[in-house]
Design a protein around this ligand. Structure first.
Ligand SMILES: *Cc1c(COP(=O)(O)O)cnc(C)c1O
Length: 467
């Protein structure tokens, strides 16, 4: 029934396809795109020239080519940028992934016994050591850790979770603590007010149906003024007097003293929180921890054992590549002791970026500005503020050096777009009419790629033919 479109003056699918044999997109996707374009021309009753069809298909394929997950250069200065994949991994973690991915592994095999073995036991012991905990385990992400914890401890006749109204927070795009609690079947028992919650509020909120006391670190905002919260020690003591577990969701997962490495606030570490009497703590693997996406739970051995026995645990467990990367990341922390500690920690890109001083970055910005002076733009070293990102340390910004660009012939918006369309895409930001690239999040080894992108984006282009 279908007539070849060429009968109606439109070029055939095959004819158009010939123009894209070398295009780096799978063939069926090209075919689908060609069909879609031809259909639209047909529906609009226009009979375009062969070249017009080719141009439209090429335009769409170029757009498509940007969509697969790929490396980008992060000039935003946001270190753990959730939209840009949070933290880059350490070389050792990447090597571990490559090694485990390229063959078989002892994922659940006890090489010594020649028999089935436990999964990630070495990693769990290392994580426990790092967190000063009796035991630890790891799941898909921190949200999954929360779900697992709530399903375990807010269940049966004890479904209530005691939580302060000041901690019913939203994290990132639409992830709200109250929603996730409700989704697990747990019942929220809010105590206190937005700005003040006392120990007595918690004590009065405890009923025979209480399953646990949950503390959520206010990671992405802060309150000032007429505020009061309960010291963790007192909260844990209250929980234990009622034989309840006290659990803290830390989110960011800093295991080093952040304030010792940069001029930012101190972020509580899992070890500190556990020392204050909390039974279990959970945090993300890919925020300040600087590892792959994961949710780490550390604390009391008996509780960790219960979690690992839960049927739901299986649905949340990590893939072997993640386990390999996380293991390598934990090893770096554990090895980083003594006089070489700082340099050892620099193996973690996140820590290394944190530790860069403004002066170091400024030198790079000045050098880059100088080596691009011939481009048709004003290019100079500027200042910016790096942020931690990933919803952590909202008050902490780091003075940073930027490469600032004001093009002569095109707008800054046009420059931003051209750089985004580069391969690899370059993501900067615009402030006060200037295009800025924060050099804290662009690695020195990416500078030659950046340079290529700048030359390409700022090179004069032929005027688009009037149509
Ligand atoms: C970021 C964050 C989470 C979610 O962590 P994911 O690893 O992204 O699932 C949960 N709780 C807190 C307090 C957070 O900051």
């Amino acid at each position: 029934m279908t007539r070849p479109s060429s009968l109606r003056g439109l070029p055939s699918v095959d004819k158009i396809l010939q123009a894209f044999v070398d295009f780096p997109v799978p063939r069926p996707i090209i075919t689908q795109t060609v069909r879609a374009v031809l259909k639209e021309f047909r529906q609009s009753n226009s009979v375009p020239a062969h070249n017009a069809v080719i141009k439209e298909v090429e335009h769409r394929l170029n757009q498509l080519r940007l969509r697969p997950i790929q490396r980008v250069l992060n000039g935003t200065g946001i270190l753990a940028h959730t939209n840009l994949g949070r933290t880059p991994l350490a070389s050792k973690a990447i090597e571990a992934i490559t090694s485990v991915a390229s063959g078989y592994s002892n994922l659940e095999y006890d090489v010594e016994q020649g028999a089935r073995g436990g999964r990630a036991l070495y990693l769990e012991d290392s994580l426990a050591l790092l967190c000063g905990a009796e035991a630890a385990t790891v799941v898909n992400n921190c949200a999954a850790a929360l779900v697992l914890l709530l399903r375990q401890f807010a269940t049966g006749s004890r479904t209530e979770v005691l939580i302060s109204r000041s901690e019913l927070i939203q994290i990132g795009g639409g992830f709200r603590i109250p929603d996730i609690l409700a989704a697990t079947g747990a019942k929220l028992r809010e105590v206190g007010t937005t700005n003040k919650t006392t120990l007595q509020d918690y004590a009065q909120g405890i009923t025979p149906n209480t399953g646990l006391i949950l503390k959520v670190h206010q990671s992405n905002f802060f309150m000032e003024g007429f505020v009061e919260s309960v010291p963790t020690e007192a909260l844990a003591k209250l929980a234990h007097e009622h034989s309840l577990p006290c659990i803290e969701d830390l989110g960011s997962g800093a295991v080093i003293s952040t304030n010792c490495h940069a001029q930012i606030e101190h972020e509580p570490t899992p070890e500190e929180v556990l020392r204050r009497g909390v039974d279990l703590v959970c945090f993300s693997g890919d925020k300040l921890f600087g590892g792959p996406q994961a949710g780490i739970i550390a604390g009391k051995r008996e509780y960790i054992a219960l979690l690992k026995k839960a049927p739901f645990y299986r649905a949340l467990r990590c893939d072997k590549l993640i386990l390999a990367a996380l293991q390598a990341t934990v090893d770096i922390y554990l090895e980083a002791t003594g006089g070489e500690r700082e340099r050892a920690l620099d193996q973690l890109p996140l820590v290394s970026m944190l530790r860069q001083t403004y002066e170091q970055l400024l030198l790079r910005a000045q050098r880059l500005a100088q080596s691009h002076a011939s481009l048709p733009a004003q290019i100079y070293a500027g200042q910016g503020k790096s942020q931690i990102g990933g919803g952590t340390l909202p008050r902490s910004t780091l003075l940073s050096a930027t490469l600032d660009i004001v093009p002569h012939a095109i707008s800054v918006d046009e420059l931003a777009q051209r750089l985004r369309l580069n391969v690899p895409p370059v993501i900067g930001y615009i402030a006060g009419g200037v295009y800025k690239l924060d050099l804290r999040t662009i690695f020195p080894e990416q500078e030659s790629e950046l340079s290529d992108a700048l030359h390409h984006a700022l090179a004069p282009r032929p005027e688009p033919a009037a149509s």
